[in-house]
Design a binder for this molecule. Structure first.
Ligand code: AMP
Length: 217
């Protein structure tokens, strides 16, 4: 059984790395953000409670998030283990988690704020079909237009310089202390999140003494 928490600032690629790690090791990828997005999409009662905070890029209420994580882990569909992505995100959540669960390691994807800014401000979304673009890695053939449907490419409402500054400051204020708490109890592996995604995955596995992926990523 292998149990990991993955942490990293927005844009650090933690969802991507969590999925790569989980896929061939039979671990269950548990993303709190994905669970909340599902609730919003299907208009559940929880969806109604979290929508406003999510749209504003703020954290959802701690008690609700703790019960969502508790209920998800209580399903016990993770007989080979899990990669928990997006939790804990502040001191209270970390204390809740550490009182109840043990993990083998915490994977910390480290990305300087300047690089977060560069990546996030390059994100675009097609106003027509919703396809994601990142102008650093994936430029459309025709500037400002979607390759798939020809729709206009726009920035997400919360991807402005000002909103990003607030989110980064919140992340450092609330989430940096979580790493300190974990360091006192668990193995924390810090990995540079700037190289290509396959190289990052290899480094994570080296640090955790895990077999490398067989297929190219
Ligand atoms: P993510 O996909 O991890 O960026 O999460 C998307 C959104 O879900 C966040 O902006 C929060 O509104 C909410 N969320 C995810 N994880 C947590 C958490 N641990 N505590 C509170 N809110 C969360």
């Amino acid at each position: 059984m292998r149990k990991y928490v993955i942490m990293g600032v927005q844009g650090s690629g933690k969802g991507t790395q969590a999925k790569l790690l989980a896929s061939d090791l039979d671990l269950v990828h548990i993303s709190v953000g994905d669970i909340y997005r599902w609730h919003v999409q299907y208009h559940t009662k929880i969806g109604a409670q979290v929508r406003r905070a999510m749209t504003a890029g703020e954290l959802v209420d701690d008690a609700l998030t703790e019960s969502v994580v508790h209920d998800r882990l209580a399903l016990h569909d993770w007989s080979y283990g899990f990669v928990l992505d997006g939790f804990p995100r502040n001191r209270r959540q970390a204390e809740f988690f550490m009182e109840r669960y043990d993990v083998d390691a915490v994977i910390h994807l480290d990305l300087p704020d300047s690089e977060v800014r560069r990546r996030v401000l390059a994100r675009r979304l097609c106003a027509g079909c919703g396809l994601d673009y990142n102008l650093i890695e994936h430029r459309p053939a025709k500037e400002g237009r979607c390759d798939a449907c020809g729709g206009e490419l726009v920035s997400r409402e919360d991807d402005t310089e000002e909103a990003l500054a607030v989110r980064l400051a919140d992340y450092h204020r609330l989430t940096d202390p979580v790493l300190e708490l974990f360091r006192a109890k668990e193995q924390v592996v810090t990995v540079d999140a700037r190289p290509a995604k396959a190289a990052i995955q290899r480094t994570i596995r080296d640090h955790l003494n895990l077999p490398q992926r067989r297929r190219a990523t």
